[in-house]
Design a protein around this ligand. Structure first.
Ligand SMILES: Nc1ncnc2c1ncn2[C@@H]1O[C@H](COP(=O)(O)OP(=O)(O)OP(=O)(O)O)[C@@H](O)[C@H]1O
Length: 627
């Protein structure tokens, strides 16, 4: 038996490997299975050019065996095996990858892939083992070898009579520790779920004995344990299959299989890109909003695979925030992996993939909007708010990409419309896109401020979501048409004659309006005669376009409320009887003017849904009027 020492550097490297490269211990199984798959692939690729080697797919498999008595886990493969030299080179030298050398030797073509490249994966087994034994016999060789190591001092190699070509790796699990139960790696359920998680799409069957309870001898009551060898992995990734062969049900089954959601997907995209960066992807738009979507618990991201092996469960960099509802997978052979395959070495490829995905998702949504409006509205009902946040976020950096995905309820169409549809319907004399804020369509419909705009025959967009006006303010305009709140002070919709008449009236009632302003003090910037009100007595409008009354309401509810307020103006309808009453009281009954002014101001607040500053004073005032 030959005893060889690891070189000093190797010892340090091994120590580092075992303790710091991988964040999760279960990764060792992924690495050993990937090596086994590479070993079988090597026979497959050799057989392509060497007639003396035959490759019958049924003869090639990986088998996992757990032995609870000995506390060992075996990963067995029928792959290419290793000669004594290869054992020394590949398992005796850390960071030496026989697989990488093989790749260069056989000059692999596109689509042909070997997973191993760094020459370290095997040593991850020492995270869970205090001894590893490898029995191997190389293809074309009639002698086998046993390699053994404790992962600290060195390794031994000796001849071993192995019957078949291939490799058996036996992991002697470490003693259980307080915070780590290595016994878990002997449990059927645990092993199955690790295999499914990382190695589901390994191309060769990964077999394992599974114990199932079945009725005993046709009896309905008695059960017995039956052990049966089963293949655990799905092998062929759905994303590598031909789109034409796949039905909606297949995509739905994959969505459910991956636990992307409890709902059904509303829609899916199957992407295969072969350009600057090669990748395949299946993406889903869920039907329902996940319950934690707008909470800190929600993590966006796509599952990232490299050649069918899971690298990251939620790669956030693949999705922009505005599409964070998208679920799915990406598989690419072009990723620069870090040695642990956990973090990406450099993210150029990821950025390219992300850019591509963003474009594809947008096109998909736009085409859904055009071709299946009902479905799009369903999507919008669940995730429309995210799109609006997307317009608003990052100072509007993505607004141009998202503006055509927006929908708002329209007063004239009585359904959701796009901004493009609105603008296309605008009459020649209409300069702005009008909108009104409120809690519900009903409330908005009753807003006094909408009267004049509706009378002009202009369509009004109803904003019922808090983010609506913030998003629109970020857009500023659509197709050159500016947005205008029907409550803004400068609607400027009156004709010349009305304006002249208004000026005259203003002059005539200057003293009364000044008195009312004095009564209200800082609560309003101004009190003026309204040109927009027709039947309603009062309303509030906001001067200057920056903060509307609705925005003030929303900002006030925020935890870091900075007391940002709209510049409010109380508008009074001089054609309403109440104004005549004010005129009569003006100059003769100061108290009456004060009472009326305060009540009217509070009414305007109520209409806007703003809080009444002093409800007791208001009710007292109302009583005084009634007496
Ligand atoms: N089951 C196996 N059958 C045949 N050869 C193997 C097997 N396991 C490992 N090897 C050889 O040992 C080498 C080192 O394996 P190791 O897992 O450390 O690195 P790798 O697979 O090459 O690269 P990576 O670190 O990227 O996984 C492999 O390249 C391969 O040549």
């Amino acid at each position: 038996m030959e005893q060889k020492q690891f070189q000093a550097e190797s010892k340090r490297l091994l120590e580092m490997m075992v303790h710091s490269i991988y964040s999760q211990k279960e990764i060792f199984l992924r690495e050993l299975i990937s090596n086994a798959s590479d070993a079988i692939d090597k026979i497959y690729y050799k057989a392509l050019t060497d007639d003396s080697i035959s490759f019958n797919k049924d003869d090639f498999y990986i088998r996992i065996e757990a032995n609870k008595t000995d506390r060992t886990l075996t990963v067995r493969d029928t792959g290419i095996g290793m000669t004594k030299e290869e054992l020394e080179d590949n398992l005796g030298t850390i960071a030496k990858s026989g697989s990488l050398a093989f790749k260069n030797e056989v000059k692999m073509q596109d689509g042909q892939e070997i997973i191993g490249q760094f020459g370290v994966g095997f040593y991850s087994s020492f995270m869970v083992a205090d001894k590893v034994t490898v029995y191997t016999r190389a293809l074309g060789s009639d002698e086998g070898f046993k390699w053994e190591s404790d992962g600290v001092e060195g390794y031994t190699i000796e001849a071993y009579d192995k019957k078949d070509v291939g490799t058996d790796i036996i992991i002697y699990l470490k003693e259980n520790e307080e915070e780590e139960s290595y016994d878990d790696f002997l449990e059927e359920y645990e092993l199955k779920s690790i295999i499914k998680k990382y190695s589901d799409f390994i191309r060769y069957p990964i077999k394992m004995d599974i114990t199932e309870q079945r009725p005993k001898d046709d009896s309905d009551e008695e059960l017995e344990d039956v052990i049966e060898e089963q293949t655990i992995n799905s092998m062929i990734p759905i994303w590598r299959k031909n789109k034409q062969e796949l039905k909606d049900e297949d995509y739905e089954a994959f969505y459910q299989d991956k636990h992307f959601g409890f709902d059904k997907p509303l829609s899916h995209l199957h992407i295969s890109v072969d350009g600057m960066v090669r990748f395949q992807s299946i993406l889903y738009i869920p039907e329902q909003l996940p319950f934690n979507y707008y909470s800190h618990d929600f993590e966006k991201g796509l599952e990232l695979y490299s050649n069918g092996v899971l690298i990251m469960e939620k790669c956030a960099d693949l999705l922009p925030d505005h599409y964070s509802f998208v679920r799915g997978i990406v598989d690419s052979e072009d990723l620069s992996l870090n040695i642990s395959r956990e973090i990406l070495q450099q993210d150029r490829q990821v950025k390219l993939i992300a850019k591509n995905i963003e474009k594809k998702v947008r096109n998909h949504l736009i085409s859904m909007l055009k071709n299946d409006r009902d479905k799009y509205e369903k999507f919008y009902e669940a995730f429309g708010r995210q799109i609006k946040f997307g317009v608003y976020n990052q100072y509007g950096a993505n607004k141009d990409k998202l503006k055509d995905l927006l929908l708002f309820y329209s007063s004239s169409e009585e359904k959701l419309v796009t901004l493009k549809e609105y603008v296309e319907r605008m009459s020649e004399d209409q300069e702005h896109i009008y909108y009104a804020n409120g809690e519900s369509h009903d409330r908005i419909e009753k807003l006094p401020q909408t009267e004049m705009v509706k009378d002009k025959g202009y369509e009004i967009l109803y904003f019922t979501d808090e983010v609506d006006e913030f998003a629109i303010k970020m857009l500023i305009n659509y197709d050159g048409k500016e947005f205008k709140n029907v409550s803004s002070g400068d609607l400027d919709l009156e004709d010349e004659e009305t304006k002249k008449e208004a000026e005259k009236q203003k002059e005539e009632h200057k003293d009364l309006l000044n008195e009312m302003k004095e009564i209200l003090g800082n609560k309003v910037k101004n009190v003026k005669l309204s040109t927009r009100l027709k039947s309603h007595p009062v309303c509030l409008s906001a001067e200057g376009g920056d903060v509307s009354i609705e925005m003030e309401k929303i900002l006030k509810q925020m935890p870091d409320n900075q007391n940002i307020e709209a510049t409010k103006v109380l508008e009074i309808n001089n054609k309403h009887d109440i104004f005549q009453a004010l005129v009569r009281a003006h100059g003769s009954d100061k108290e009456k003017v004060r009472l009326y002014t305060n009540i009217l101001y509070n009414q305007a607040l109520l209409i806007e849904g703003l809080p009444i500053e002093d409800p007791v004073a208001l009710t007292n005032d109302m009583c005084k009027v009634m007496i």
